[in-house]
Design a protein around this ligand. Structure first.
Ligand code: BG6
Length: 463
């Protein structure tokens, strides 16, 4: 079987708020994630002295990263996707001078990665923003947040210009439609018009960050990041097919703006039909013309769409309001497993945007069982990833240009949707339970050795 292209980036992806812990250390300010101890869809909880959340310590990556990076290197990673916690750099979000201790932490982390030959891929904002910006300005509802974000982006581009050449702007930028507080710092009860205005501000900020990155680090590449929400029609009824087109546009719209540099006509019609008026200035239009260098995305599952409202109400299930596919199995968390869907999605994105693609999240959240001798036989995770990677290889054969693959959560971490650690994605097990007990010790699962062999053979050993 064919291997992956030479220079393919292999590794894993983590996010600051799901691994670092140290939520109040070295001058870090509170973020929206700190105010959502129950997960990205959860209600806001104003933190009081003495209360605690699993994410406060998470897996203590802040203090243990040298051990973790060494384990990633042992698997042969040549890439690690991380995110910078904006609140380590600007605790309130609107300061003019950055917090040196926060900057120093990431300097040290990048140095550690460099020593192991691991290329960092850095997300500027992964499901969190400074709480100060939410309280004082109303999050991305305000143009002031664009200014603060651009200042933050320019600060980290300047500081890490010799260490980081691969960047991403906003994680799963389309998730704001489903989780407004997490995505754009707006109350979850906000109207569609308010959410789309905030999204517009974020799209402008993303484009300004791309421009700044090109100016400050000319040899860097910067991409967007989408939740690849692939939808199929539940039947071949033309109404179902058309509704599916619309649903796929609800996420592809973000990619259209970020890759083509302007709002697509179907979106302007959606705004008109729904009485949504967005303030888009000439300066905004000019800013949006700067497009991303590559497209990155997450892929976990696919779903179905029906135009039949009654059926919709009856069947609609998981977080993205998808209708379940009767032909697919599901994970323990109800996420439908669809490896071929990944090939379909890669081809769709390539056909649509003709920019290199980077899968920056994919994996199986599952409960692991630790045997008496400490071993963990996670064959289900191996099967999931093997089957998905085979489809990636097929897509490459189809002519899709690909930069790399970073699996989600190469080390167990706190889940975004439920803020629990028992939903494990890792090749590396972390001894911690949902109630916060455990030693935080790391150990290698069976999949650790499997992924090491996949990387060593550049994908040639997949079966
Ligand atoms: C993506 C996010 O939505 O999916 C990650 O970018 C998240 O932050 C991942 O962890 C898996 O979701 P969950 O809810 O299982 O953690």
């Amino acid at each position: 079987m064919k291997a992956f292209p030479a220079g393919f980036l292999w590794g894993g992806a983590i996010a600051a708020n799901q691994v670092e812990g140290a939520w109040q250390e070295d001058g870090k300010g509170p973020s929206t994630s700190d105010m959502q101890p129950n997960g990205v869809f959860g209600e806001l909880v104003e933190r009081k002295e003495g209360d605690s959340a699993l994410k406060d310590v998470a897996i203590d990556f802040y203090h243990r990263y040298p051990e973790d990076v060494a384990l990633f290197a042992e698997m042969g990673f040549n890439c690690l996707r991380i995110s910078i916690a904006w609140t380590r750099i600007f605790p309130n979000g609107d300061e003019s001078t950055p917090n040196e201790a926060g900057l120093a932490f990431y300097d040290d982390l990048f140095d550690e990665l460099a020593e192991h030959g691991i290329t960092p891929l850095v997300t500027l904002s992964h499901y969190e923003m400074p709480w100060g910006l939410v309280k004082e300005y109303g999050g991305w509802g305000s143009r002031e947040t664009i200014r603060c974000f651009e200042h933050y982006a320019r600060t980290v581009f300047s500081r890490y210009q010799n260490k980081v050449k691969l960047w991403l702007t906003f994680n799963e930028i389309n998730m704001s439609l489903h989780a407004p507080m997490t995505g754009v710092g707006l109350p979850n009860s906000s109207s569609k018009a308010e959410v789309y205005q905030a999204i517009h501000h974020q799209l402008v900020a993303s484009a300004l960050a791309v421009k700044a990155c090109h100016e400050i680090i000319p040899d860097a590449k910067i991409g967007n990041m989408l939740l690849g929400g692939l939808m199929y029609p539940l039947s071949c009824k033309p109404e179902d097919v058309f509704e599916t087109l619309q649903q796929n546009r609800s996420w592809a719209f973000f990619g259209d703006v970020q890759c083509r540099g302007a709002y697509p006509g179907y979106m302007l019609r959606y705004f008109r039909d729904n009485g949504i008026e967005i303030e888009i200035t000439d300066a905004d239009r000019e800013a949006l013309r700067t497009t991303v260098d590559f497209i990155s995305f997450s892929y976990y599952m696919s779903g179905c769409v029906t135009a039949d409202e009654a059926l919709n109400e009856q069947l609609r299930g998981n977080i993205l309001s998808m209708v379940p596919n009767p032909h697919l199995p599901s994970s323990e968390w109800g996420w439908q497993i669809d490896p071929l869907g990944l090939r379909t999605l890669l081809n769709m994105m390539w056909d649509r945007w003709q920019k290199p693609l980077f899968i920056v999240e994919n994996g199986l959240g599952a409960k692991d069982h630790v045997e008496a001798d400490g071993s963990i036989h996670d064959d289900y995770r191996i099967a999931y990833m093997n089957d998905h990677l085979l489809q990636v290889r097929e897509a490459i054969e189809d002519g899709v240009e690909m930069l790399g693959y970073t699996s989600w959560g190469p080390i167990d971490l706190v889940s975004a949707s439920k803020a629990e650690i028992s939903k494990r994605y890792g090749f590396i097990y972390v001894d911690r339970e949902d109630d916060g007990s455990g030693t935080l010790a790391r150990s290698r699962k069976k999949s650790f050795f499997w992924y090491r062999d996949v990387i060593a053979s550049n994908g040639a050993n997949l079966e």
